[in-house]
Design a protein around this ligand. Structure first.
Ligand SMILES: *Cc1c(COP(=O)(O)O)cnc(C)c1O
Length: 383
């Protein structure tokens, strides 16, 4: 292969960057809810491959999505995801764009064949999904935890679900409020659709219990710009609501193996690397163990602290997003400010809730949570 001579220049500056990095690079503990922390190993690997992906002479950002090299990347990503989640053959895996929010419309457009669906409202994201579905059909609120600021998951053992509903919709982990379904709702035989954006790949999952699982990857898997949708095949048909855009039809995307148009190529490539990282770490049961251990450190401290309190009922606590408050707005602000200075960043709670929130996704090391708790203890003593 003839290499562009100009590349030498880049290699020289890359080398000097590497040297500089050794001296000055310091990564913070990033508790952002999303886009969020990614495994450092993955970022380093991507950096190494930035200028020349496996001898192709170009970055993954620069290559055709129709090339053989890229085809391998997307196929391997799908294969690894299927292995990790043990996805049965009668489910399609789609790599899409438009964010999780676009699925708020795509789900009813593709699935509301009888014109009716039930929604369980456990926070802002479920609320938005319900509002969007109402534009397309009879979307019914089956239950809600709005009465207590979404601090719990409603009892879903006997909801008013009827046969004429096309699906029941949940947001499985509530990123803003820090709640998680520990048990899936009893849907009385109706198909279940779940937004799993903030708990994707955080623990083992039985895919067969769902009709559709989807999530934006920017919380726990990769960079913003990719949504993964896992859809039972019999639901992928041409029979969508009238006026459904070609791009939003699951069938369009499934028939083209997610390559109907240019997919978010680079994002999918990073997702693929994260899948491999999770496999190397021992898969989803190892992730669960790691996440439980991590979350326990923080929750145990919140339960014993006189200053900091968790806001969620213990039985519904998320392993991924941990909101907490001091009960005093000024003290909350002081804490966030001092924590930031100490290298614990993005701890401010969502604008609709206030207080603090620590998002402790797969890639957050245990050390990050241990050090945060040390810092909180020390802050409590001083204030
Ligand atoms: C972040 C988030 C969304 C919105 O994701 P976008 O990709 O920004 O549209 C939806 N649902 C959940 C559970 C989220 O955490």
């Amino acid at each position: 292969m003839t290499k562009n001579k100009g590349n030498d220049l880049y290699y020289i500056s890359l080398n000097s960057m590497k040297r500089k990095e050794v001296q000055t690079m310091s990564r913070v503990f990033n508790f952002s809810a999303g886009p969020a922390v990614l495994p450092e190993e993955v970022l380093r690997e991507a950096a190494d491959e930035m200028l020349d992906y496996k001898g192709s002479g170009m970055s993954v950002m620069e290559m055709s999505h129709r090339s053989k090299v890229y085809d391998n990347i997307i196929k391997e990503a799908e294969k690894d995801l299927r292995e990790l989640m043990n996805i049965p053959d009668n489910y399609k895996v789609l790599f899409l764009q438009g964010g999780a929010s676009q699925q708020f419309s795509a789900v009813p457009m593709n699935l509301m064949k009888k014109g009716k669906a039930g929604y369980i409202v456990t926070g802002q994201w479920a609320k938005k999904a319900l509002a969007e579905a109402k534009r397309y059909g009879d979307a019914v609120e089956l239950a809600s935890s709005a009465d207590k600021t979404f601090s719990y998951i409603p009892d879903c053992s006997d909801l008013p679900i009827t046969d004429d509903m096309d699906y029941v919709y949940i947001c499985e982990n509530n990123t803003i409020y820090g709640t998680k379904y520990k048990e899936l709702p009893n849907t009385k035989g109706v198909d279940l659709v779940a937004d799993v954006s903030s708990c994707f790949l955080s623990e083992p999952v039985d895919v067969t219990k769902y009709a559709v699982i989807y999530g934006g990857v920017q919380k726990n898997i990769g960079p913003a710009g990719v949504v993964i949708a896992i859809i039972r095949e019999d639901l992928i048909t041409d029979d969508c609501l009238e006026g459904t855009p070609t791009m939003l039809k699951y069938k369009t995307q499934a028939d083209a193996d997610s390559l109907y148009n240019t997919p978010p190529c680079y994002g999918i490539y990073i997702c693929g690397k994260v899948f491999k990282w999770i496999k190397k770490m021992g898969g989803l049961s190892a992730m669960k163990e790691h996440n439980e251990k991590k979350a326990k450190i923080l929750y145990d401290f919140l339960d014993e602290s006189k200053m900091f309190k968790g806001t969620v009922v213990p039985k519904d606590r998320s392993l991924m997003n941990v909101p907490f408050v001091t009960g005093d707005k000024d003290l909350d602000a002081k804490f966030v400010e001092e924590a930031t200075k100490a290298g614990f960043v993005n701890l401010k709670g969502h604008r609709t809730v206030g207080g603090m929130r620590a998002s402790i996704y797969n890639a957050m090391p245990i050390e990050g949570v241990e050090k945060l708790v040390e810092f909180m203890k020390e802050f409590e003593k001083r204030n």
